[in-house]
Design a binder for this molecule. Structure first.
Ligand SMILES: CC(C)(COP(=O)(O)OP(=O)(O)OC[C@H]1O[C@@H](n2cnc3c(N)ncnc32)[C@H](O)[C@@H]1OP(=O)(O)O)[C@@H](O)C(=O)NCCC(=O)NCCS
Length: 177
């Protein structure tokens, strides 16, 4: 997608150099190894039935998930970027166009490796995602979903000025661009 290029060259946060790179097949392999080492499956992909942890089945589902949604031009529905911090794969960010009830919206998502969380990287990547969504021109809202117990995601989302709607265990965020 053309929008990918606009996300390259994220400004550095603090002492770290942060860049986001459009997902490709080698990047997907690195992302899987990172996720398996430094993230819970439910933080980075939809639930997969079976024993807990990064089983072969979940690894295969992670690859299939990104190939279907981002890499295969026949089925792609979103743009995904690999986040690199100081030259190392550190997480992923995504934007997915969705049709809201009255206006086009984009759904945003970010996950980071445990070892780089809490350093302001999620905040900087979110700023760039929002900028990219604005630059896209057609979306009027950015939406995101998290769980009520995800304090970091709450802070991240409220910090953008988004309205939060809590229902059951979920929190839906909506920000006018
Ligand atoms: C959510 C996530 C992307 C945030 O990225 P991050 O780099 O750790 O967050 P930042 O350091 O930029 O901090 C963002 C805000 O959250 C706060 N925060 C960070 N970690 C926190 C924690 N463990 N508990 C409470 N608040 C926290 C920060 O203080 C900051 O708030 P402020 O700007 O009001 O000071 C990251 O924690 C993550 O990958 N979590 C797992 C996946 C996930 O939940 N994704 C979000 C789905 S919407």
């Amino acid at each position: 997608m053309a929008r990918c290029a606009k996300l390259q060259g994220v400004p550095a946060a603090g002492e770290s150099e942060i860049v986001v790179i459009p997902l490709d097949e080698p990047g997907l392999g690195r992302l899987l190894e990172l996720a398996a080492a430094e993230a819970d499956p439910l933080e980075v992909m939809p639930p997969v039935t079976g024993p807990a942890g990064w089983t072969d089945q979940r690894r295969a589902a992670f690859l299939a998930f990104h190939r279907r949604r981002s890499l295969d031009p026949d089925t792609a529905i979103e743009s995904t970027w690999v986040i690199e911090v100081d030259g190392r794969t550190a997480g992923a960010a995504r934007l997915k166009p969705v049709s809201g009830p009255s206006a086009l919206a984009v759904e945003a998502g970010v996950w980071l490796a445990r070892s780089v969380r809490g350093r302001g990287i999620g905040r900087r990547v979110t700023e760039v995602l929002l900028e990219s969504a604005r630059d896209g021109g057609s979306a009027r809202f950015v939406v995101a979903t998290t769980t009520v117990d995800n304090a970091a995601a709450h802070r991240l989302l409220t910090g953008t000025g988004a309205d939060l709607d809590v229902h059951g265990g979920s929190v839906d965020a909506r920000l006018e661009l």
